[in-house]
Write a protein that binds this ligand. Sequence first.
Ligand code: ATP
Ligand code: MG
Length: 258
Amino acid sequence: MKIIAIANQKGGVGKTTTSINLAASLAVRGARVLLLDLDPQGNASSALGVPCEEGQSLYSVLAGPDSVDDKIQSTRFPTLHVIPATTELAGAEVELVKADNHLVRLREVLEPLRAQNRFDYLLIDCPPSLGILMTSALSAADGLLIPIQCEYFGLEGLARIVDIHQQIISSGINAGVQLEGILMTMYDGRTSHARAVVEEVRKAFEDIVYRTVIPRSIAVAESQSFEKALLEYDSSNRATLAYKALADEFLARQPVKC
Ligand SMILES: Nc1ncnc2c1ncn2[C@@H]1O[C@H](COP(=O)(O)OP(=O)(O)OP(=O)(O)O)[C@@H](O)[C@H]1O
Ligand SMILES: [Mg+2]
């Protein structure tokens, strides 16, 4: 099982949209995917129609004796499962910091899942802050996928998250976390501004940037309001096709299994 943190401390860049739609697109390709919603806002779980009820998030696993297995819920996609988020997860920021092992606690509680070989990929939808939840996700992850919006403010955010990634490695908290990929989101090809931002990011990060760029589409917000993945809402929409292409590109980057 490979753990991928989908993270950027900047808000509203497409982390949750990418988590939902990459997870669903990988699942329809036959991958066994677990989506861990680590954002107390709970948008990733609700967008897949999974209710965010008290007691169902990872909070009681992080803070107490509960087992991670008990929090896994099924979705309409047979090979996609979700651990939902609730507002109680916000309490984990406060609770966890009291424990000595707070930065590696998430890694520890996910360990049984690695041992089980029940999932191929565990995607973590991170909250938009530099708090303990996001740091824990980076400490537990094998890979970091950074969505950035195609605009100049996005570039500042990118520099910051790349810095944080380096700190996680150099501090020894998680020396093995790789930069899995950078995903350009909400692209509006009519503006030279968006094209210039994509060009700049590609110049700096070369092949780490996915060739697939996610276009801006109203179907994204619509699908979320209907609590559906894009694939279920409009299978031929260009954002749907882009997330499918991203899933293919993501899979092509994985080492071949023997
Ligand atoms: N490709 C897209 N086209 C149009 N709208 C989009 C697209 N991607 C995301 N959005 C919209 O932009 C908003 C922010 O997206 P999203 O919630 O995925 O970002 P986020 O990084 O998870 O935000 P937060 O930091 O608050 O967790 C949402 O309203 C979403 O519907
Ligand atoms: Mg989000």
